[in-house]
Design a protein around this ligand. Structure first.
Ligand code: ADP
Ligand code: MG
Length: 474
């Protein structure tokens, strides 16, 4: 038993390599570094939190088999999530996570070392307000890797990458991303933030919708904390405001944003905005604010051309591990032309319908689904919407679904909601957990497994899954 971490991992890799697709291997295994072996515990280093979640979700079984072959039944895996700071000014940030799939060993909380627990501390204590931890509110699944490049988005995408490399340090400040519904504005805005967080873990990044920003501002007036509100925003390094068109006509909010913007800009902080219109077409936005929007770069997201639509579909299918005949992909790309969300929506419905109703992927099924999408613009599937539909189906209210009760039928409803949220939206496990009654990501992962198992072994349960699938995706 005098193997090194490197030797153990090399052996695991040669086994894994034979069992996962080439591209998957390159993307998800080559970047891993084995860092420590103590007894039966192997520690591997992964580059981001998202990476860790992805491995846990998609590859944990195979890793486990490989590890047991190497280290025996008691093998355990610990992740070392390392976010390198590219400029080396600060020591890298490390958190370790036990694999959720490992054997007993008591639930180990996130451990940070070296001894500083810095990243868990809230850098902001809003004076006079409750101490709250400021989360970036970023969705790690909305990253650059998953944002397919095409002629329609090349400028915006590369401007976004430039900003992410040097936040506040390019002439793209503010960066305004504009374009029609469902063309990827929100995704790209998150991707920039996620990338900055990876490269500069110490920077405070905040993503917020302009509606939420407005609401917070109104609340601050009511509670007489307008200055705290301004201070708070002035302390952020990278501020991402989504859908600024909703500020139109709201003079008070525009004023306050103007002040925050000036402060951030003068201090070399990065501002990223999205809008459904180009600055010239924005209405009821004060001239002085509009002129600020034009200081940096306005980059348009256009409708994707046919080739890009095909790539987006293929990328989605690849990520979901699904193979679909080309003629179906082409059919979808030909018929859904103006909205990436709908392209994805059709794929999500196809997969859901086919897997739960034991249907094949046929052109006919594609036609039916495309028809539905073309006729009635579908509701966006969100975790909220899924919770509502599932609660209604079981005749309980959403609060009950989210509650801590262990009553069997409620637990099942909750697990189904988690399962569908994972299947049908891009939210991370952690984000689904936090939206469904503040659970953690391991609980969601467990729920998905339970639903998978039960729908194979329990007839009644299968009916639930099938009926809910229809409700949610047709
Ligand atoms: P918008 O904010 O412009 O309405 P979103 O950013 O919400 O659009 O995008 C809608 C959906 O389409 C999201 O699920 C997003 O991931 C996906 N999407 C948009 N553009 C791309 C792209 N270029 N590559 C991959 N997915 C994309
Ligand atoms: Mg959006």
């Amino acid at each position: 038993m005098s193997k090194t971490a490197q030797e153990v991992w090399t052996n695991c890799l040669s086994f894994i390599k034979d069992n996962v697709p080439e591209t998957g291997y390159r993307t998800w295994f080559e970047p891993i570094k084995p860092v420590k072996l103590s007894g039966e515990i192997l520690t591997i280093q992964v580059p981001s939190h998202f990476f860790y979640e992805f491995l846990e979700e998609h590859y944990i079984k195979i890793i486990r088999v490989a590890l047991i072959k190497e280290l025996g039944e008691g093998a355990k895996l610990v992740y070392d999530i390392r976010l390198e700071n590219t400029y080396g000014s600060n020591s890298p940030q490390i958190t370790t996570r036990p694999s959720s799939d490992r054997n007993p060993l008591k639930e180990q909380k996130t451990v940070c070392f070296p001894e500083t627990k810095k990243e868990l501390k809230n850098p902001f204590v809003i004076p006079g307000l409750q101490k709250v931890k400021i989360e970036s509110q970023l969705n790690p699944n909305y990253n650059f890797t998953s944002f397919v490049e095409g002629d329609s988005n090349r400028l915006a995408r590369s401007a976004g990458m430039a900003v992410a490399n040097k936040p506040g340090g390019t002439s793209f400040n503010p960066l305004l991303i504009y374009g029609g519904v469902g063309l990827g504005k929100t995704h790209l805005a998150h991707a920039i933030g996620v990338d900055i967080k990876d490269k500069y873990p110490d920077k405070t990044v905040l993503y917020i919708s302009s509606e939420k920003f407005t609401q917070q501002f109104i609340d601050s007036i009511k509670s007489n904390t307008r200055n705290d509100f301004i201070h708070f925003y002035q302390m952020i390094d990278v501020l991402i405001i989504d859908d600024v068109q909703f500020l139109s006509g709201k003079k008070g909010t525009q004023d306050v944003f103007f002040h925050i913007f000036n402060h951030l800009h003068q201090n070399g902080k990065q501002v990223i905005l999205t809008s459904d219109k180009a600055p010239v077409d924005m209405q009821d936005i004060e001239v002085r604010l509009l002129s600020r929007f034009k200081w940096g770069l306005s980059a348009e997201l256009q409708r994707p051309d046919y080739e890009t639509r095909i790539s987006i579909l293929q990328n989605k299918l690849y990520r979901d591990g699904v193979e679909m005949p080309n003629e179906i992909i082409e059919y979808i790309a030909k018929n859904i032309t103006s909205n990436v969300r709908e392209l994805e929506g059709v794929i999500i419905s196809m997969i859901a319908q086919a897997s739960f109703n034991r249907k094949e992927y046929t052109l006919d099924l594609a036609r039916q689904i495309v028809d539905k999408f073309v006729k009635n613009t579908k509701k966006e599937l969100s975790v909220d919407y899924i919770q509502k539909v599932v609660s209604k189906y079981f005749d309980i209210d959403v609060a009950t679904l989210q509650s801590k009760t262990r009553k069997r039928h409620i637990v099942q409803a909750r697990q189904l909601a988690m399962f569908f949220a994972k299947r049908l939206t891009k939210n991370s496990l952690a984000s689904i957990g936090s939206q469904i009654g503040s659970r953690d990501h391991a609980t969601v992962l467990h729920a998905c497994k339970v639903v998978d198992n039960l729908s194979e072994t329990d007839k009644q349960f299968r009916v639930y899954v099938e009926e809910l699938t229809k409700k949610l995706t047709f």
